[in-house]
Ligand binder design. Structure first.
Ligand code: NAD
Length: 290
């Protein structure tokens, strides 16, 4: 396939390289001038998408996605497929899908889970929204870049699944960290706390697979000085998107709201920026109730 790839950042570059390695003809563009191994570099976004069967975007946010979509949609060939893998607000995803469909294109929103490691290893999970036709056109590429793709529903459904998942993740990480900090103050050994909770009803992905306590549970960013991993500011972004969606849909999400406030304080006023999102544990560790 002929593929255009816009946004060759931390995630986009390895994803584009994996497509090229699988034998596809990939042309990329990034405003920062970044390149990716095996990927031809275009001078503009429009040039990168010309004649492409599939165009993939991997961009920082919804505003940038809308701007780039305005540039590339008119330059794409009718019948081609636009696949946005960025994490953006549901409204932007739906607006771009509408614009693409009006121009005779197929369109899928397909945000990912799995991080930079998953992008490099080709083991991402894709959660996709769009028509069955559009999903079918993108699926062979999801198989190269990832290990699982779920077709979640119509346009915007992929973004909806992503932000709901990450709202659970943020809330659960906070709960796990505050429970460890309480256990410390009650004199409970962290390993014992893990042994009990990881096999009891308090178990979760954050406890069992990504334990925030160093030296306890499987290897995680906690064992590496809380270097990300999944950075606290990315969690802040996703929690912000979940609350934006909750407001638009009139959904009551008190825990998500509280998690957003905590991660905002952690990143903007404390030492959270650049640290893994599990560094909430050292944050709670030294604090009292006030
Ligand atoms: P990044 O900032 O490394 O990459 C984004 C790239 O887009 C940059 O290279 C930037 O120069 C480029 N860009 C910005 N404006 C552009 C424009 N107008 N035209 C062309 N290129 C433009 O970010 P990332 O970590 O690769 O993340 C990309 C997306 O994936 C984000 O939406 C993020 O939320 C999501 N995501 C990231 C992770 C992660 O662990 N990094 C995990 C899951 C999802």
């Amino acid at each position: 396939m002929k593929i255009g790839f816009i946004g060759l950042g931390n995630m986009g570059a390895p994803m584009a390289t994996n497509l090229a390695k699988a034998g596809h003809e990939v042309t990329g563009f990034d405003v920062a001038g970044t390149t990716a191994e095996g990927v031809a570099q275009a001078a503009t976004a429009e040039a990168a998408v010309q004649g492409a069967d599939v165009v993939i975007t991997m961009l920082p946010n919804g505003d940038i996605l809308r701007k780039v979509a305005g540039q590339i949609i008119p330059a794409m060939t009718a019948g081609a497929t636009l696949v946005d893998c960025s994490t953006v607000d549901v409204e932007s995803a739906r607006a771009v899908a509408q614009q693409a469909e009006a121009a005779g294109l197929k369109s899928v929103d397909a945000p990912v889970s799995g991080g930079i490691g998953g992008a490099a290893a080709g083991t991402l999970t894709f959660m996709a929204g769009g028509s069955a036709d559009a999903f079918a056109a993108a699926e062979p590429l999801f198989e190269i870049m990832g290990q699982k793709a779920v077709h979640c529903g119509a346009a915007g459904a992929g973004q909806a699944a992503k932000i709901c998942n990450n709202m659970i993740l943020g809330v659960t990480m906070i709960a796990t960290c505050e429970a460890f900090a309480l256990a410390d103050k009650l004199g409970l050994d962290r390993q014992k706390m893990f042994d009990v909770v990881s096999t009891s009803s308090g178990y979760s992905w954050t406890m069992n697979a990504y334990c925030p306590a160093p030296g306890v549970g499987p290897q995680s960013p906690a064992d590496n000085g809380y270097q990300p991993g999944f950075a606290a500011e990315l969690m802040l972004k996703d929690l912000g998107l979940s609350q934006q969606a909750a407001e638009a849909a009139d959904a009551d999400t008190p825990m998500g709201q509280q998690a957003l406030a905590l991660y905002r304080t952690f990143v903007e006023d404390e030492d959270g920026r650049g640290r893994d999102f599990s560094a909430m544990l050292p944050r709670f560790e030294g604090r009292g109730r006030s």
